[in-house]
Design a protein around this ligand. Structure first.
Ligand SMILES: [Zn+2]
Ligand SMILES: [Zn+2]
Length: 364
């Protein structure tokens, strides 16, 4: 079968022919890949900055954001049948007995770092015509989400974040229906999906992103009813003056300097959620003043990565809601669909489109 693979040794992404995977246990499911999303993590993997091939192999099948169709199920699989649409989770637990999160079904909180991630860390991904996966890592997708379900995985970042913010904010007494203000930093796919989830969760939401208006991402943001403020035109001080302080900041830009500047706009008792993985950057920060503010304002700085089963379920539920509330903008997040042969150029940026690029496997 056709697969998009990375040879880590020479940092080359190629389309090659690999053996088709077969069912290896009664709880496994064979899936035909329909679509695979490409994101910043894939870019890092392709550049050899992150990720590794499976033990003993010289290449890694890439791709972790996937929508597929079940073609065969093992004898013990009751909940899925051929023809069902599915999205797979990404991370698989580490083998350590002392890793309670992995043993309790929360590999997203693994403490040993010995987990694997399909398409990223030591396990083949989904950018191939077929893959085999244990049923416990698959989520059934309602038919009506066929066109957008490839966005499930990037949306789980927001779902996991909001679940944690909710837990944290139980510490603060609120009076009645006090509306909270959220600021999303960065209007890429993760930021725009995060904005949708924040609006859905009841936050008055503002998008704060680099590019000046007009631009495609600003248009999309405003189509959601989320005002777009350009950080090139407006400082954090001006942002706060226009829109108020942020009770929640959802950082989705992966740029440390932009994130730490926005920390100035965080309200007392606020939560600042970091989701991006920035390149190394030396910042001009007054750490003393920063620490003083975080302490005196009871603020929480929260880092979050990967997502658990419940976050995938929540994402699928939210996608259904987004589709009825914002059908146009949701589908417009996917700005281009490409054949597998274009993967290297998509990930390099030569063929990158406006917002979200998707690799499509034609039924062959
Ligand atoms: Zn991704
Ligand atoms: Zn673990």
């Amino acid at each position: 079968m056709k697969a998009v693979v990375l040879f880590p040794k020479d940092r080359k992404v190629k389309v090659i022919d690999v053996p088709e995977p077969r069912l290896g246990s009664p709880t496994q499911v064979r899936v035909r890949t329909l679509e695979v999303g490409v994101c910043g993590t894939d870019r890092e993997v392709a550049r050899g900055e992150h990720g590794r091939a499976p033990e003993g192999e010289d290449y890694l099948i890439v791709g972790h954001e996937c929508l597929g169709e079940v073609v065969e199920v093992g004898g013990a699989v009751k909940d899925l049948k051929p023809g069902d649409l599915v999205v797979p989770r990404v991370r698989r637990p580490c083998p350590s007995e002392r890793c309670t999160p992995c043993r309790e079904g929360h590999a997203d909180f693994c403490v040993t770092g010995e987990y694997t991630e399909r398409g990223i860390q030591g396990a083949h991904g989904f950018c191939a015509e077929f893959f085999v996966e244990d049923v416990r890592y698959l989520h059934r997708v309602p038919r009506e989400l066929r066109e957008v379900a490839v966005l499930t995985e990037p949306l789980t970042i927001a779902e996991k974040s909001l679940r944690q913010v909710k837990l944290i904010q139980q510490r603060v007494p609120f009076k009645g229906e006090q509306a909270s203000h959220a600021v999303v930093l960065g209007a890429g796919p993760v930021g725009l999906l995060g904005a949708m989830a924040l609006v859905r969760a009841g936050y008055q939401t503002t998008m704060y992103s680099h590019s000046r208006k007009p631009n495609k991402k600003a248009e999309l943001s405003e189509a959601l009813g989320v005002p777009y403020v350009s950080s090139e035109e407006h400082s954090v001080k001006e942002l706060v003056k226009q829109r108020g302080q942020a009770d929640v900041v959802y950082e989705a830009a992966g740029v440390a300097s932009a994130a730490f500047k926005l920390l100035e706009g965080l309200a007392p008792n606020g939560v600042f959620v970091f989701t991006g993985v920035p390149p190394s950057e030396q910042l001009d920060v007054d750490e003393g003043a920063l620490m003083k503010r975080v302490v005196l304002d009871n603020q929480v700085l929260l880092g979050t990565v990967n997502a658990a089963a419940e976050d995938f379920d929540a994402a699928l539920e939210d996608l259904r809601h987004f589709q009825s509330k914002w059908p146009g903008p949701l589908e417009s997040l996917i700005t281009a669909r490409h054949p597998p042969e274009d993967y290297a150029e998509v990930v390099d940026g030569d063929k990158k489109s406006g917002v979200k690029d998707i690799i499509v496997f034609p039924r062959g």
